[in-house]
Design a protein around this ligand. Structure first.
Ligand code: HEC
Length: 111
């Protein structure tokens, strides 16, 4: 009985490790990130809109990481945190990194 429990715990920890590897590096949800990006960021970031055209392809994975890490926006005049809360930003950066210009699945934001 004890042995069985030990095996179960071992299997459980294995699956936890495996899921940690499979999750996107940034840890948020890509689907939610796409939703928030389209809903909130995109209206200012289409062609000919005030922020200029921005899509996941605008930066590499490393550039998106450091952009969200720094947290400043509009060339340093504003903060990303004033646009949406931290949790939503985590989803957005996960989405952007998953489809960045050097990602395995580069993607423009379909309008
Ligand atoms: C209210 C409008 C607005 C919203 C909403 C908005 N932006 Fe911006 N964004 C701007 C403006 C204005 C600039 C500056 C453009 C310039 O001066 O060339 C900018 C610049 C940027 C830049 C270029 C680098 C920089 O900081 O200058 C990136 C990347 C960016 N925004 C990403 C985002 C993301 C991601 C979101 C959603 C979380 C977002 N923006 C939401 C207006 C907006």
């Amino acid at each position: 009985m004890k042995k069985r429990l030990a095996v179960m715990i071992f299997m459980l920890s294995l699956s936890i490790c495996a899921s940690a590897v499979l999750l996107p590096a940034a840890g948020g949800s890509e689907t939610k990130g796409k939703y928030y990006f389209k809903k909130t960021c995109k209206p200012c970031h289409k062609k000919n809109s005030e922020g200029g055209d921005i899509s996941p392809l605008s930066k590499t994975i490393a550039q998106w990481k450091s952009y969200f890490g720094a947290g400043s926006h509009e060339k340093g005049k504003a903060k990303l945190a004033t646009i949406m809360d931290e949790e939503k930003l985590l989803h957005v950066t996960t989405y952007l990194q998953a489809h960045a210009s050097d990602s395995p699945q580069p993607e423009t934001c379909g309008e």
